[in-house]
Ligand binder design. Structure first.
Ligand code: BGC
Length: 740
């Protein structure tokens, strides 16, 4: 609960009237103040920033999470400035605040809208208790390059999965009503195509055609805008030659003119002044001009606006109308948040300790995010009754901080339950659990401890290897060119394999990895992402069959890094490879004619398919799909069909399955993806149960931006598939005819 503060415009009724009334009282200096977002991470922020707050030179602060300091900053703004305008208080609450949920990429692997919403809600409650009223999340960048460190913060490669989870997260953070206690403003970022960075290097150049932009990169932002996201952040990168922070096409034409976005646009950290570094402007004044002109309302952590905006207005280069529009966008959010009524947070209720509910949500998210990539001969689950001893090995078995992943400013590693401790808790009374870390960290190249690890593995009934990447290896500006397991981990796998004891791999990482050199040496492999605070119990439950794995990959796993970009919704090309296209490069006859290899779109030195496809994930149950059908085989544009299939759990245990509907538009005015996910549903089936899963498919769901640049569904033939991964072959057909 926030304490009361004076309402400077209490006579007004609607938000727009309140905004207009307040705006009319503001000087140009105060207006520019509202467009200024400052770093307030220092403990003495009330002292160092106090004078600027009193003078009305600050619209928001970020990175202060001590509720008493935040309250004091709000108090100064509200009580000691001329107009008493409260502050936006922002923080990167990306996947939890104190209680850390799995990284967003892991959350995407749950394909569970409700849980993702609940995770954001739990984070909002904890953050709001610290005085935070705004988070810089969700990141909704389509990410098709696992080298890019920020893939960890994304929902992966798929337009529909990302869009759906973007909506869920916005709803979770913002609730139904931003003014309610525990609701915080969300921020969709990074607009747009940030994930298309060349060679997966963070901040690198992006060059994306307008059709690809509109069909792939923009829809998740549109979904967030339609869900009412309060703010939006342009990316650091340049898009088709124009850095996003100066990109009028994105920020005015698309965002305001086409989508009617009513919220505010905040720059990324100092990205306005970086326009000069990009080589777009000669100095900060021009950078301020270009950003404001393009539609960046508020500047984060830079002083281009505070130094130059007023002068640009006085010189007639930026209109007062434009400034007023930007200020109104910011004030509107403050009114929606109810900050004019309650700017401060009640300290008595503000202890952001992880609640039972938050921990339960974190555990469910972790449980559902883990993907069973392989399971030879039912190596998993392990039987508690059938085992005498288990060897737990590896640098990530007992690493409370590392399992939390990137962006955990406020996360508490002290709350983490590690896999080792969870395994001990679950089975320690009946099964002997021995542990050797074997490597100092995932990158270590010292293998002195491998003998000891091999010794406990040899004596055990099963060895469970906890491998992967520490949190520092993914996230912002933490891209990798080689995405194999780092350090000597592959060697460790081979060493343990050589003991003859069955080997289970559990990988904790911030991105898809190339696992080609280890996968054959593992009897089963669970991919757990960075699973957060409750990762340990979730993993233990899955290893010992308390629950069945149900995560599905939100991003393709390449065989080798040279395949990147590799994603399921690729184009067919004029020369598609077929399943027979397998080439052994060393066996190629040097003097054979070139055409002997088939002349298709493949690499000579690897199979053209990925190691694990999008949507893949095994279960301890056995799911069988059959009888796909539609309520009609021909429909008119503007109509809908129901597509359904029967799903049977013919296994011995109850389990969740994520049912996926894919389509292919066979002929288009531009080339179309070979498959596109259109809908998905997580269902639970008891052993032996059969159910029919229905999806409603409207012809609007098949719309795309075609050769004429317009969004439309083109009549013609479509293939539809239902199944448990993007490689399902259970197919039916649909014909769409135009209305006349
Ligand atoms: C990141 C943003 C983040 C901001 C504030 C930037 O470096 O790109 O995603 O919200 O910092 O911490």
């Amino acid at each position: 609960m926030r304490a009361n503060s004076p309402d400077p415009v209490h006579d007004s009724v609607t938000t727009e009237e309140r905004v207009a009334t307040l705006l009319a009282r503001m000087t140009l200096t105060e207006k520019v103040g509202q467009l200024t977002l400052l770093n307030a991470s220092e403990d003495d922020a009330p002292k160092s920033l106090g004078d600027r707050l009193r003078a009305g030179l600050v619209g928001g602060l970020l990175n202060q999470v001590d509720v008493e300091v935040v309250n004091e900053l709000q108090r100064i703004a509200v009580e000691e400035s001329r107009l008493g305008i409260p502050l936006m208080v922002g923080r990167d609450v990306i996947h939890g605040f104190r209680t850390i949920m799995p990284i967003p990429l892991g959350q995407a692997a749950t394909w569970n809208r409700e849980l993702v919403r609940a995770g954001a809600r739990a984070a909002a409650l904890e953050a709001a208790a610290a005085g935070i009223n705004w988070t810089f999340a969700p990141m909704v960048d389509i990410s098709r390059d696992p080298r890019w460190g920020r893939i960890a913060e994304s929902f992966g490669e798929c337009v529909v999965l990302t869009s759906e989870l973007a909506i869920a997260m916005v709803q979770g953070f913002q609730g139904n009503d931003l003014s309610q206690p525990g609701s915080i403003a969300a921020c969709a970022k990074h607009f747009a195509a940030y994930g298309a960075a060349e060679s997966g290097r963070d901040y690198a150049t992006t060059d994306v055609s307008e059709t690809e932009l509109r069909n792939v990169y923009l829809p998740p932002f549109k979904a967030a805008v339609d869900a009412g996201v309060a703010s939006l952040m342009p990316s650091f990168s340049d898009l088709n030659g124009v850095p996003a922070s100066a990109n009028e096409f994105l920020l005015r034409q698309v965002l305001r003119d086409e989508w009617n976005f009513p919220g505010f646009v905040v720059s990324d950290w100092d990205s306005i002044r970086q326009l000069q570094v990009h080589g777009l402007t000669e100095n900060d004044r021009e950078s301020a001009f270009q950003a404001a002109n393009a539609g960046v309302d508020m500047e984060m952590a830079g002083d281009a606006y505070s130094q130059h905006l007023a002068g640009l207005v006085e010189a007639g280069r930026i209109s007062l109308k434009a400034i007023d529009a930007a200020v109104s966008n910011v004030l509107r959010a403050k009114f929606h948040l109810g900050l004019f009524e309650h700017a401060t947070t009640s300290v008595a209720e503000s202890r952001p300790v992880a609640s039972e509910e938050a921990l339960a949500t974190a555990r469910s998210l972790a449980l559902q995010s883990v993907v069973l990539l392989k399971n030879d001969h039912g190596a998993l689950p392990l039987s508690i009754d059938g085992l005498n001893s288990v060897a737990v090995i590896g640098p990530l078995a007992d690493a409370p901080y590392e399992q939390l992943g990137t962006w955990i400013f406020d996360g508490d590693p002290g709350l983490s339950v590690t896999p080792l401790s969870a395994i001990q808790d679950l089975v320690g009374e009946r099964v002997e659990v021995r542990y050797v870390r074997a490597m100092e960290n995932s990158r270590s190249q010292a293998n002195e401890a491998f003998d000891e690890a091999a010794a406990i593995a040899k004596d055990a009934d099963v060895a469970v290897l906890f491998l992967g990447e520490e949190s520092i290896l993914s996230g912002e500006a933490h891209s990798r060119a080689d995405i194999d397991l780092p350090g000597d981990q592959a060697q460790l796998v081979r060493r343990i394999r050589a003991t003859g004891t069955p080997v289970i791999g559990v990988i904790l990482a911030g991105r898809p990895l190339t696992l080609t050199n280890v996968v054959d040496h593992l009897d089963a492999l669970l991919f757990a992402w960075h699973p957060g605070t409750m990762g340990g119990p979730a993993i233990a439950d899955l290893l010992f069959g308390v629950e069945s794995p149900s995560g599905k990959l939100p991003a393709t796993f390449p065989r080798v890094v040279g395949q990147i970009p590799v994603y399921y919704s690729q184009k067919n090309t004029g020369k598609p490879p077929s399943n027979d296209t397998v080439v052994h490069i060393d066996a190629i006859d040097t003097y054979a004619p070139q055409t002997s290899l088939g002349m298709t779109a493949f690499h000579l030195d690897t199979h053209f398919t990925p190691l694990f496809p999008f949507g893949h994930g095994l279960s301890y149950a056995r799911f069988e799909y059959r009888n796909i059908r539609t309520t009609a085989h021909e429909i008119r544009l503007g109509d809908a069909v129901t597509v359904s299939a029967e799903l049977t759990n013919s296994g011995a245990v109850a389990a969740d399955e994520v049912v996926q509907l894919y389509v292919r538009d066979l002929v288009g005015s531009i080339t179309r993806p070979v498959r596109e996910l259109k809908a998905f549903l997580r269902v639970r089936l008891a052993a032996g149960q059969t159910m029919t899963v229905d999806f409603e498919l409207h012809t609007d769901d098949l719309a795309f931006y075609g050769r004429d640049g317009q969004l439309a569904t083109e009549a013609g033939e479509f293939h539809l598939w239902i199944g448990g991964s993007s490689e399902t072959d259970l197919r039916t057909e649909l014909r769409i005819v135009s209305g006349n």
